[in-house]
Design a protein around this ligand. Structure first.
Ligand SMILES: [Zn+2]
Length: 142
């Protein structure tokens, strides 16, 4: 498989407009959106729970498997060996899928590290490709 991946020079911050998390009330899929006026808003379509928080750095949690503001578990995550594979939303998942499934990975000159360059080694490793794609397939239908 030699599909070519062109680094679109996207950063993780390009995939934070919507973050999918586990609803704190019903444990189903909830979304967090950011708005300048209201801060971060968590809302669940299942049980209609909503909550909002003003964005301040002190409130932010540092874990990679929870969101910044509410500390809720990310919806799209799965254990992979001793690591955790996670994505903020389906666009983010799809972008990593394109990267993982490609045989040739192109880079461009730019002034910062892009999302794919910062990915942990287990995601970049060609030997994990098949198992990762299977795992992504499962997350895509979650
Ligand atoms: Zn809910």
């Amino acid at each position: 498989m030699n599909t070519r991946f062109k680094d679109a020079n996207l950063r993780l911050s390009d995939f934070t407009n919507t973050i999918l998390v586990v609803c704190p009330k019903c444990r189903k899929k909830a979304t967090i959106r950011q708005s300048e006026k209201e801060g971060a808003i968590l809302s669940c379509f299942e049980c209609h729970y909503t909550s909002n928080k003003c964005i301040s750095d002190e409130d932010r949690t540092d874990s990679i498997t929870t969101d910044y503001w509410f500390g809720q578990e990310l919806w799209l995550q799965a254990a992979f060996k001793n690591e955790v594979f996670w994505a903020n939303n389906y666009e983010h998942l799809d972008y990593m899928k394109q990267y993982i499934s490609s045989g040739l990975r192109e880079r461009h000159k730019r002034a910062f590290f892009t999302l794919v360059e910062k990915l942990p080694g287990f995601i970049k490793s060609a030997k994990n490709r098949e198992r990762l794609l299977k795992l992504i397939g499962k997350l895509e239908t979650k």
